[in-house]
Design a binder for this molecule. Structure first.
Ligand code: COA
Length: 175
């Protein structure tokens, strides 16, 4: 009995840890990448989940966003997965065996909305917790929308997004 319990505990301790990082990612920014790298220091695997926010109209298709995110990681990056998620995020997290949802907190202004989201997710599924991570200071002022707005008007956003994303923004606004 004691031996079985100990070996079960060992097996549990060895189970890979998994977190879901949801968002619109339209497009992915250096701030998002900062959060993903922090999450990779805490979890064995991170699923970047492109979820829908009914309040937003995206510039890039889901397929384009998936491709842009995938290109941020080397071919052999087995610890990162990118997925399009429909339906409730917590249901997806449970299906995948993820006990944590990662969200980035940039400033106090994010807090109200993030608090609401986290509490609603907990109400819907008590087994999934939300973990807030702060990006590096230099990314706290950026968002996908503000980057798109700057790029739309010809502003230089090359330091704020990966190179291939910068090119996609240029292509999108070139016509
Ligand atoms: N660096 C840069 N930007 C960041 C950032 C960071 N570290 N962290 C957040 N942001 C920005 C994003 O770019 C985004 O900017 P935008 O508004 O200009 O697009 C904004 O902060 C927050 O958006 P995002 O993280 O993409 O979340 P969201 O509010 O668009 O999406 C979902 C919320 C998709 C996670 C939520 O609607 C969801 O879970 N949907 C699935 C359905 C569901 O379960 N609904 C019930 C939820 S209780």
């Amino acid at each position: 009995m004691t031996t079985a319990t100990t070996s079960q505990a060992k097996a549990l301790a060895k189970a890979p840890t998994l977190a879901v990082y949801p968002g619109t990612f339209d497009p992915i920014t250096m701030g998002h990448l900062d959060i993903i790298n922090r999450a990779l220091n805490l979890f064995d695997h991170v699923i970047i989940a492109i979820a829908s926010n009914p309040g937003k109209t995206a510039l890039f298709t889901i397929e384009e966003r998936i491709e842009m995110i995938k290109q941020c990681f080397p071919e052999n990056e087995s610890r990162v997965e990118v997925a399009a998620v429909s339906g409730l995020l917590v249901n997806y997290a449970m299906q995948r065996g993820a006990k944590a949802i990662i969200r980035g907190l940039r400033a106090v202004s994010d807090f109200d909305y993030e608090f609401q989201l986290a509490l609603m997710n907990r109400k819907l599924e008590r087994e999934v917790d939300t973990l807030f991570l702060m990006p590096a200071f230099r990314w706290i002022f950026i968002s996908s929308s503000i980057i798109k707005d700057a790029a739309r008007h010809g502003g230089d956003v090359s330091e704020l997004v990966p190179e291939h994303v910068n090119q996609c923004l240029k292509d999108a606004f070139s016509s």
